[in-house]
Design a protein around this ligand. Structure first.
Ligand code: UT7
Length: 323
């Protein structure tokens, strides 16, 4: 027997405003064609002026709780993966806790940029497996529109806002790869690459700052590191690519998604792709894709899923779970 963290609910929220690529043609030297062919992005959602990351996170959490037929009182812990919290402190997670009307348990944020949801899942799993929590809400939520330099065509056309959430629950498994739940995780970072993707501001430097990225340099690392981390996590679970039903990747660029699937020897029919509709929503992209993938009827109970992500740090990792 083994304690497992099983997904019992999933949900997401996207802000109302949808911005097609063509809107950027008015203010920037760019085209819908360039954005589509280089990134796969066709549109993205932007939060309203008075809408914050914790607002998006709360709506995604409510949808996941409804899907699980649970209420906030059933939850022991909330983890929000975000790089765009409402305030410097308290955490976005405590704001979600308050908005859900939850007065027990504990809540905190995790910051691993685009890999944030993978890091959050791994930490939630550790809390559950070690007996510190029975049910954990794991949320990825971002308002990257707030840290865009709208004059920089190489970054501002790529990102979007949104939130996705999972409810994880402690259940007993057999201790084999046939169990439902999180089967293995793999986390990595290498701060030598911090200048490839960063925000040029923060509390300690007394500004908010804007996202800066050497996109083609990040791209060079992405496929190799994502394939390796996915295969490491699969290996830890005693599985291989051949066992995978769905890759649910971080949605940054369709060419990275295609390259990673190819290197893993899997067809694009085994990949949940949402980048065309959401753009890169950083820590929100994987839970958004899980929720949309379930809604579309792609992801079904018992399916073996690999999630993988890379972003600022560089930080990257993968989680293998059976839905
Ligand atoms: O989620 C966190 C991790 N981030 C990522 O995974 C992002 C990884 N990187 C990428 O997705 C891609 O590198 C980008 C989509 C950002 C860029 O694609 P690329 O094929 O690597 O293009 P590039 O950066 O090498 O730029 C090619 C050209 C440049 O012009 P020159 O120097 O060749 O004349 C850019 O100035 O494309 C130009 N360019 C644009 N042209 C039209 C850059 N942005 C734009 C634009 N519209 N929006």
């Amino acid at each position: 027997m083994a304690g497992r963290s099983v997904v019992v609910g999933v949900g997401h929220y996207l802000p109302e405003r949808i911005v097609p690529n063509s809107e950027f043609e008015r203010t920037l030297d760019t085209t819908d064609e360039w954005i589509r062919t280089r990134s796969g992005i066709e549109r993205r959602h932007f939060a309203a002026e008075d809408e914050t990351t914790s607002d998006l996170a709360t709506k995604a959490a409510e949808a996941a709780l409804e899907d699980a037929s649970l209420s906030a009182d059933d939850i022991d812990a909330i983890i929000v993966a975000t790089s765009t919290a409402d305030l410097t402190f308290p955490s976005a997670a405590t704001m979600v806790q308050a908005q859900l009307g939850m007065t027990n348990g504990f809540a905190f944020d995790i910051q691993a940029v685009c890999a944030g949801f993978v890091f959050a899942l791994s930490n939630a799993n550790a809390l559950i497996v070690s007996g510190q929590a029975k049910r954990v809400l794991v949320i990825g939520a971002e308002t990257f529109s707030r840290i865009m330099d709208w004059t920089d065509r190489s970054t501002c056309v790529l990102f979007g806002d949104g939130a996705g959430a999972l409810v994880l629950e402690a259940q007993e498994g057999e201790g084999t790869a046939a169990d439902r739940g999180i089967l293995a995780t793999d986390l990595n970072s290498d701060g030598r690459y911090k200048d490839l993707l960063y925000v040029d501001g923060g509390v300690s430097t007394q500004s908010t700052g804007h996202l800066r990225m050497q996109g083609n340099q990040v791209f060079r690392h992405a496929v190799e590191k994502l394939t390796k981390t996915a295969e490491t996590a699969l290996d830890r679970a005693g599985l291989s690519s051949a066992d995978v039903d769905w890759i649910v990747p971080h949605q940054a660029n369709i060419r990275i998604i295609q390259g990673t699937a190819k290197k893993m020897g899997l067809p694009m029919e085994s990949v949940v792709v949402t980048v065309q509709d959401h753009g890169n929503t950083s820590a929100a992209s994987i839970p958004l894709a899980l929720s949309v993938g379930k809604q579309r009827g792609q992801i079904k109970q018992g399916d073996l899923i690999v999630t993988e992500a890379i972003g600022g740090g560089l930080a990257w990792g993968a989680v293998v779970l059976r839905w």
